[in-house]
Design a protein. Structure first.
Length: 555
């Protein structure tokens, strides 16, 4: 097997590596990921929300040390009625009788689904919803989740349309002692809110005999995809980021944090430390494993707490305007080191040209110019292998019964002509992290959702409806192959190489238009680059032949 691999040309080795990457990383999201659980309740009217929740269960709770709390399990309820609704120009938010954010609907045109309906971004079947409270005190927990003990809407205030809306909620936790939990929330038009939670006794602020846990909720609804980060993010007090992928949580973990968030491809629900307290305080954050092994973040406290919150799109510019801390919620996994600078560059280019499609084209050109030294080395190495291809074939024929001797002669041939077996594939393989970083940026950027480019491309975040870009991308790969020097010594290798544009075209048919546009423009850049290199090589050969002719005349 190793001998067969050694006999492959450098181009084929490189192509095989790229194809393996594509086979195991990109199509995984379409063929091997579990089918997404479609929540049919997301499109139901608000008055049907009460039928969604699960059957009640009785939790087992024990008091714990407040310095190392264990998040108690929640008691679910059989009905979740609507308490009130907050409305702004771009979104409306539903608060249920459990004092939680039950649903958020995005009203803006750019966020509407294929049927033109507003988009609901919270999963009504999730284990926890934003601003849900749990208690270490078992009696309080029982009362908190009792259908017979809903929150009361004490006041709702809005001065003028578009101005902040103030909502005051209360729930009785102990009727005899007149103990009440109170949530005071102020909602803003950009999707963020402020919340203060405190205990009251006879309408006077008090410290309840319990550790209280508040959650930003489970992640919003998202499709299953290998290149979509979905789970929870904790920004620690020192600035480091802890990420928890869905299905990859083992034990409960604790942090001193400034931000807790649950995220998916496009949306996030967040609780964070706001205002002046960012420099002096931290939050006691706990990440709990739910029944599916998914992360569920909580913030624990005693007495009272004031927090900032957000539920909505992961729009980077909007998030950092709300609070610079929130920029880290836009996460790209292990390639964030590459991906975030690329996104910031893309956003800057958009600010210049005003169109995300043209910004992607400019980004592609800049990336290819930066990578030019690597690609130039790879292309020149391929040219050398083309020149020695006949001699390689002779060696393979001569020593086909002696693989070890064949390998020795091949290495001697490479050394004599300055051809590096890795020279053609290694520079290109080094570019793969950049490609995957760009993939995640373009695939996860909600800024591209509903973003038009030209003509038929009305949304760069979805596939080309007429398959024009994938076909152009495939055609550009054929042209690139045609002008690229090859050194095939095996007809079968050559056939496989010729079919690669078809394979790539099939892969890219369902990809977002923005990503296909990047790959297409990158191919065009490679074609121009290869054409120039071919001219340079041809000129060098003519000069060399001319010099050899002059030497012959002298002799």
């Amino acid at each position: 097997m190793l001998d067969k691999i050694n006999n492959l040309s450098p181009q084929v080795r490189m192509i095989l590596a790229v194809v393996v990457c594509l086979l195991f990383f990109i199509p995984y999201s379409y063929y091997f990921s579990p089918a997404p659980q479609i929540d049919t309740n997301l499109t139901k009217p608000l008055d049907t929300m009460k039928t969604v929740a699960a059957t009640p269960t009785t939790p087992t709770i024990s008091h714990t040390d407040s310095n190392a709390p264990s998040v108690p399990n929640a008691q679910t309820i059989s009905a979740s009625d609507i308490l009130t609704e907050v409305k702004f120009k771009d979104y409306r938010l539903v608060i249920d009788t459990m004092g939680r954010i039950a649903q958020v609907y995005l009203i803006g045109e750019r966020y509407r689904n294929e049927q033109g309906n507003e988009v609901a971004i919270l999963d009504l079947n999730s284990r926890a919803r934003p601003l849900e409270l749990r208690y270490s005190n078992s009696e309080f927990l029982k009362e908190a989740f009792s259908p017979a003990n809903p929150y009361r809407l004490v006041s709702f205030h809005q001065t003028t349309e578009g101005e902040p809306q103030r909502v005051l909620l209360q729930q009785t936790l102990n009727q005899t002692e007149n103990l009440v939990i109170q949530k005071e929330m102020i909602f803003y038009s950009d999707g963020h809110y402020e919340i203060q939670i405190q205990g009251l006794k006879d309408n006077v602020k008090t410290t309840l005999d319990s550790v209280i846990f508040v959650t930003p909720g489970a992640r919003p609804v998202a499709e299953n995809d290998a290149f979509v980060f979905k789970g929870s993010i904790i920004k620690e007090r020192g600035g480091s980021i802890a990420t928890f992928e869905n299905g990859d949580v083992s034990d409960e973990q604790q942090f001193q944090a400034t931000v807790t968030a649950s995220v998916d491809r496009y949306y996030s629900t967040i609780l964070y430390l706001a205002g002046a307290e960012q420099t002096t305080s931290s939050l006691n954050a706990v990440v709990k494993k739910d029944t599916n092994g998914d992360p569920l973040p909580f913030i624990s406290f005693e007495g009272e707490i004031s927090l900032g919150g957000y539920v909505g799109p992961k729009d980077y510019k909007l998030l950092v305007q709300i609070d610079p801390l929130l920029g880290d919620v836009v996460e790209y996994g292990i390639i964030t080191f590459f991906a975030k600078p690329l996104f910031l560059l893309l956003e800057w280019l958009y600010g210049i040209c005003g169109n995300w499609g043209w910004a992607i084209i400019l980004l592609t050109v800049i990336v290819r110019l930066v990578l030019f030294p690597l690609t130039y080395k790879g292309m020149m190495s391929m040219q050398k292998f083309k020149d020695i291809a006949p001699k390689m074939k002779e060696i393979q024929q001569k020593y086909k019964e002696d693989p070890q001797k064949m390998q020795t002669q091949m290495m001697e041939l490479y050394r004599k002509h300055g051809a590096n077996p890795l020279g053609g594939c290694l520079p290109l393989l080094l570019q793969m992290p950049i490609f995957f970083a760009i993939y995640r940026v373009l695939y996860n950027a909600i800024e591209l959702k509903g973003a038009e480019w030209i003509l038929w491309i009305s949304d760069l975040s979805v596939m080309d409806p007429f398959f024009v870009l994938p076909l152009l991308m495939g055609a550009s790969m054929f042209l690139q192959q045609y002008i690229t020097p090859t050194s095939f010594t095996d007809p079968m290798q050559e056939k496989v190489f010729k079919y690669l544009p078809v394979i790539f075209t099939i892969f890219f048919i369902t990809f977002p238009s923005g990503l296909v546009l990047y790959w297409f423009v990158s191919n065009l850049f490679s074609i121009v680059q290869q054409f120039i290199i071919n001219k340079i090589v041809e000129a060098r050969k003519k000069l060399l032949h001319k010099q050899e002719g002059l030497d012959d005349e002298k002799n």
